[in-house]
Every structure is written in structure tokens, then in C-alpha cells.
Design a protein around this ligand. Structure first.
Ligand code: 4AD
Ligand code: MG
Length: 436
């Protein structure tokens, strides 16, 4: 059975209708202006806005008073005749013949110019804004673009758990949970579960919430974020980098194909997005990055971490996303594969977004030798008993393999050109508020 509209047209459909046709639309009052002869009511629905006009003189008194009484954000049904009008958004308007109010609205607390803190307190209402609506649509197209890419490349989607027993990305950012009197943790990454799954499915991916008890509050950290992770047998670091490049390009392309209107609403300059599709993403090694940073007056010693501030400076060298690769092993997690020709390095890669955004993907080739992985676990002061099943994977037909995690919210933040990650997701979690 197909979805029924009961004769209603969306705002977008009405804009495509001809003058003189009859239309029925439902939505919320977005703007209202009462003049001597007419009352202008702009209605919004999930697709856009349409202007409707009530002529006071030719309309029944009960409808005129309803129109006067109905505040911004009241839900309404309007029926009338489509007219062309250059001044109306989209060039069409509806001359109201019938109006009913489904739900009256109290005085709507958002009028423009409110502080971010205040708006976060009423996030459940703020989400009706045109900007956030546009971002949510861009977000869905990004996910759609990536899903299509996985399908085309024959990857399997799997559903790993959130409650876990041990850390993937170190103890410092773990959220602890009381699991029937035993300690458990909220997942930081599904990576180890995906590694299990490649031994049957070879190429797997998942999208799950990941949790990080981050110490600092920044524009690019959430405590709960959407993590898209992939893992594949038989792929080395370079293979996985090309896959990630294809994946991210597929997301960008989908947005450029389907969401130009929304990109305009969020005032995104699309040149950078378009250029990103035209070239292959450059690679800079950690060694080169240290040198490039030096040339910009940032003097890191070899072995220092390249953090958010340094990433931002590095992005000045690039107009498209770029890879940062081959890190000192002490900066990265124990599971990354060591480069035998330079044992101080690991086969790790990050994908950095340009324009100062920085890291959106973190990945690596994985250590596939039992002995070497065991040694790294000991070196890092971890307990091998906690990783017994993970070590097992190297005992029963180990294979070279690689994987990555992509911060969906960070990718949305960059593609939509947002200045803060909180607006990439409907209900951001902060230390100060788990609300609404
Ligand atoms: O670089 P990270 O920590 O890598 C991992 O978790 C690997 N185990 C993933 C894997 O190989 N399967 O996190 C991966 C990505 C980062 O590049 C970033 O985009 C995002 O997750 N991320 C966050 N996004 C929002 N808020 C946070 N607090 C984030 N922490 C990481
Ligand atoms: Mg990382």
C-alpha cells in the first residue's frame, strides 16, 4: 500500500502547480503579517514554505478571526486557489478559501537573536528552524551516499553491540556502566567486533553510537557520536585509503546531486565540495607534516602529537580532504601494524577535512601477527586477558586486514560548513546537559 496524502499537496508540489488550480496544504505557520486588506500566512512543511493570503473583505468572519488568532507555529490546514506572485517565495501563493487550525500555538519562544545556551535549552523547538532542517536533510544524503557506496563495493552491514567489556581506544575516555554488579563500558568503537566478522564476511561495516568521555569541550567533540566503521580482510593501508576516499566522495556527490537547496540555506560555498570530487586526496606522512608545520612557524619535535590546532594549520596547504599517514607508534593504539623497515612507525592513516576542520576518519592496517600484537599489548601496560578473544583472531588463519572509523557528525559538520559539531546532530550530548 502506498502512502496516502488524502488530497494534500506539499509546499514544493504547490510551487509547481498552475495558476487557477485548487490546492490543499497542511503545515505550521512560519510567518504571519496582517495588513489592512490581507493577512499573509507563510506555511512551512517538511519540504519548504508556501505563502497563503486571506483577503479580509471576501472571507467569512470566522475564518478571518481564526487567521488573526493563530500564532506562529500553529498547525493549520489551508485550502484555496493557486496564484502566481513574483513577491512570494517560489513565485506562487494560495488565495485562502478555507482555513482550519489543528493546534493553536502559545507564544513561540524563538523569535531570532536568542543566545546559543538558551536555544540549546529548547532544542526540541529549535529543531524546527530552516537551518537545522536543512542540516538534517544533508545528513541523511551523506548517509545515503555512503550506503550506496558500500552496496556497490559488496560490503556487508552488521550490528555490533554498545555494551562492551574492554577499551578499544584507551581507558581515559571510557564511560563505565554498572552491568548487574559487574563493570562494563559504553562502546568507543566497534572495531574489534568488526575484526571478528571479517573472518566470515570479509568486508563489513556498521554504524553505531560511540561514546567518549572527552576531557575538553570543543567544537568537534561530542560525548555520544555516530560512528561509521569499516573493516576488510586482504586490504592493506593503501587499499583502505582508496576505499575511504571513494566512500567520502560518494557522500559529497550525493549531497551535491540532491541537496543544493539545503546547501544554499546553510550558506555553504560548494566550490570546495565540487573540487574535492575532481582530484584524488593527497597524502602527507607524519614526517612531512612536521616539516610543513615548521614552515608555518609551528615547531613540533618528531614524536609530538599532531593535535587539533596543528591539523588546522596543516589544512592551509590543501583545498580538498587529505590523508595524514605513518605515525610514530607511541601516538597510536596498540593494534596498528608496525612498519618493519622503520619499527618506530605504524601503518595508521587519518583523513583530514580542509578549511580548518581536521580529522574526520581514523584508520589503520591492523597487526596480524599474534606475537607482535601480544608484545604491543604488554608494552602498553594492558592486560592480555582482556584481549584474549581479539588475540585469538591471530591464531586461527590470520589475514592482513585494515579498517577505519568515520565520525559521521564531523563529516556532516564539514560538508554543511557548520561552525560547531552540535548542529550536525539533532540531540547533542554535552557534559552540562543530557537534555532533552
Ligand atoms: O580516531 P578514532 O578514535 O578511531 C577509532 O575509534 C578506531 N577504533 C576506528 C576504527 O579503526 N574502526 O575515532 C574515529 C573517528 C575520528 O576520526 C572522528 O571522526 C570520530 O571518530 N570521533 C569523534 N567524533 C565526535 N566526537 C568525538 N568525541 C569523537 N571521537 C572520535
Ligand atoms: Mg583518531
Amino acid at each position: 500500500m502506498s502512502e496516502q496524502n488524502n488530497g494534500f499537496k506539499s509546499t514544493k508540489e504547490i510551487i509547481k502547480m498552475n495558476e487557477g488550480e485548487r490546492a490543499k496544504v497542511r503545515g505550521w505557520i512560519y510567518r504571519k503579517r496582517g495588513l489592512a486588506d490581507n493577512i499573509f500566512i507563510v506555511i512551512r512543511d517538511s519540504e519548504g514554505i508556501i505563502q497563503t493570503v486571506l483577503a479580509r473583505k471576501n472571507s467569512p468572519q470566522n475564518i478571518v478571526s481564526l487567521a488573526e488568532k493563530a500564532n506562529i507555529e500553529s498547525s493549520v490546514v489551508v485550502e484555496g486557489i493557486v496564484k502566481s506572485d513574483e513577491r512570494a517565495p517560489g513565485g506562487k501563493e494560495i488565495q485562502i478559501e478555507n482555513l482550519s487550525v489543528i493546534g493553536f500555538s502559545d507564544d513561540f519562544p524563538i523569535k531570532g537573536g536568542e543566545s546559543i545556551d538558551y536555544l540549546l535549552d529548547i532544542r526540541h523547538l529549535w529543531l524546527r528552524s530552516r537551518k537545522l532542517t536543512a542540516v538534517m536533510k544533508i545528513r541523511q544524503s551523506i548517509l545515503e551516499g555512503m550506503r550506496e557506496y558500500f552496496k556497490k563495493s559488496n560490503w556487508w552491514e552488521v550490528n555490533p553491540p554498545i555494551l562492551t567489556q574492554s577499551a578499544v581506544e584507551g581507558g581515559a575516555t571510557l564511560f563505565e556502566v554498572n552491568f548487574f554488579g559487574k563493570k562494563a563500558y559504553l562502546s568507543q568503537s566497534a572495531q574489534f567486533y568488526l575484526e571478528v566478522m571479517i573472518f566470515s564476511l570479509e568486508r563489513v561495516w556498521a554504524i553505531t553510537p560511540s561514546f567518549r568521555a572527552e576531557k575538553s569541550r570543543t567544537r568537534r567533540h561530542l560525548y555520544e557520536y555516530y560512528h561509521l566503521e569499516g573493516e576488510a580482510a586482504w586490504m592493506d593501508m593503501k587499499d583502505m585509503m582508496s576505499h575511504v576516499e571513494g566512500l567520502v566522495k560518494s557522500a559529497i556527490k550525493k549531497v551535491l546531486d540532491d541537496r543544493l537547496e539545503e546547501l544554499e540555506i546553510v550558506k555553504r560555498n560548494v566550490n570546495i565540495l565540487e573540487n574535492s570530487l575532481k582530484t584524488s586526496f593527497p597524502e602527507v606522512t607524519y614526517d612531512d607534516a612536521i616539516e610543513k608545520l615548521r614552515r608555518k612557524g609551528i615547531n613540533l619535535k618528531w614524536g609530538d602529537d599532531i593535535g587539533a590546532d596543528e591539523e588546522k594549520v596543516l589544512t592551509e596547504y590543501y583545498e580538498t580532504p587529505f590523508f595524514l599517514t605513518m605515525f610514530p607508534k607511541h601516538l597510536k593504539s596498540f593494534y596498528m601494524k608496525i612498519d618493519d623497515s622503520r619499527p618506530e612507525l605504524v601503518y595508521g592513516f587519518d583523513l583530514e577535512a580542509p578549511e580548518g576542520y581536521g580529522e574526520v576518519v581514523g584508520g589503520s592496517q591492523r597487526e596480524d601477527s599474534y606475537e607482535k600484537l601480544y608484545k604491543r599489548i604488554i608494552e602498553e601496560g594492558l592486560n592480555p586477558n582482556d584481549y584474549q578473544w581479539y588475540l585469538d583472531l591471530r591464531k586461527y588463519g590470520s589475514v592482513p586486514h585494515s579498517g577505519y572509523g568515520l565520525g559521521v557528525d564531523r563529516l556532516v559538520t564539514w560538508i554543511a560548513g557548520l561552525d560547531h559539531i552540535r548542529d550536525s546532530i539533532p540531540f547533542p550530548r554535552f557534559r552540562e546537559r543530557i537534555y532533552p
